[in-house]
Design a protein around this ligand. Structure first.
Ligand code: AVJ
Length: 332
């Protein structure tokens, strides 16, 4: 896979050297495509949530984070702001700071004055936001060793070649862990814990909590229809990847809280019967048939603390807003 990170720094230019970025994505475009095709042919059909995040999807997600109904982003930010010093004291300073799903690095940067990392590693699946952000960080913080890793860590987390191998703070905010099933989440937490071999290492993570159905469902089905557009945009993205002819507007946005499994589910429901040629084979979606696009799991603080402990984290601390709408954890 070719990535536009080959530009070398010239004198007076704040470029970002390619050597500072590790490309760990295996070029498995064919396998990704096969998985997507298989998901569409299955009954029930599914599309993995990563297909939300093309350029338009990233913009729509940013818009979701500003919605009055979507409380997670602003509640996490409020918890971080309110308990910044206490959380920083738990995590310690002068660590290597590893930002999982860094994006534009904006959330991590807010911690820099409080935890003074000597090295920052931004990890993301896509270079588009990450690489320019790393370039800005490197020039703003010349004392910090700024690096990036491009990898799809939903397939497993192996940073053994990319970490300096000293005390490390892992940062996984935004309840991104909610897209994993609880079993996958437990495996992922174990993988992070295996990288925490040195004293002073730990994980700082933000996780959404269970709450009343009406508020959860409003957060994933907002009045302005931004989440609906975000959900349908997966079809436009799939059309580009597979050359399919999904009409996004022919599918209704469906989001509900599955209380038994403690997860929000998002689906796209065919408004009328649709026949789509998927890789040469016709696939008919009956009227009312759904394509599952996302699960977003919610955890009570005692449940998630226990998961962290089972993964090997000790001294688990939890910070919440007064309403208990969101939770931030640090485990060593
Ligand atoms: C990025 C997975 C944390 O589950 O709340 C927001 C994605 N989907 N609205 C979430 C999402 C619909 C979000 N995560």
């Amino acid at each position: 896979m070719s990535v536009n990170v080959t530009r070398r720094e010239r004198p007076g230019e704040t470029g970002f050297a390619a050597e500072r970025i590790s490309e760990r994505r295996i070029d498995n475009g064919a396998a990704e495509r096969r998985a997507l095709v298989a998901g569409l042919r299955s009954a029930p059909a599914s599309i993995a949530p990563k297909y939300f995040y093309d350029a338009r999807g990233v913009q729509l997600f940013d818009a979701i984070c500003e919605l009055p109904e979507y409380y997670p982003t602003r509640t996490e930010a409020a918890i971080f702001a309110r308990y910044r010093e206490e959380i920083a004291a738990a995590a310690g300073s002068d660590r290597e700071f590893v930002d999982l799903g860094a994006g534009d690095c904006a959330k991590a940067v807010q911690w820099f004055p409080f935890v003074a990392p000597w090295r920052y590693v931004g990890v993301d699946i896509a270079p588009d936001a990450l690489v320019p952000a790393l370039a800005r960080l490197a020039s703003t913080y010349p004392a910090i060793d700024v690096c990036g890793v491009l990898t799809d860590f939903t397939h497993g987390l192996d940073l053994s070649r990319d970490l300096a191998g000293d005390a490390t703070t892992f940062f996984y905010p935004g309840s991104s862990i909610g897209n994993f099933t609880p079993m996958e989440a437990a495996r992922f937490l174990h993988a992070i814990r295996r990288h925490c071999r040195h004293d002073g290492s730990g994980l700082l993570i933000g996780v959404d909590t269970k709450k009343d159905r009406a508020r959860l469902e409003a957060a994933y089905d907002d009045a302005a229809g931004v989440t609906a557009a975000f959900n349908r945009n997966a079809l436009a993205h799939v059309n580009r990847v597979l050359g399919t002819c999904f009409a996004p507007d022919a599918f209704a946005h469906v989001a509900f809280y599955n209380e038994r499994d403690s997860r929000i589910e998002m689906h796209l429901e065919a408004r009328t019967a649709q026949t789509i040629v998927v890789d040469g084979i016709a696939r008919t979606f009956a009227a009312g048939e759904r394509i599952h696009t996302e699960s977003s799991y919610k955890y009570a603080p005692e449940e998630f603390s226990a998961m962290l402990e089972r993964a090997g984290f000790a001294h688990v601390q939890c910070w919440q807003d007064d309403a208990g709408d969101f939770a931030v954890y640090y485990g060593a």
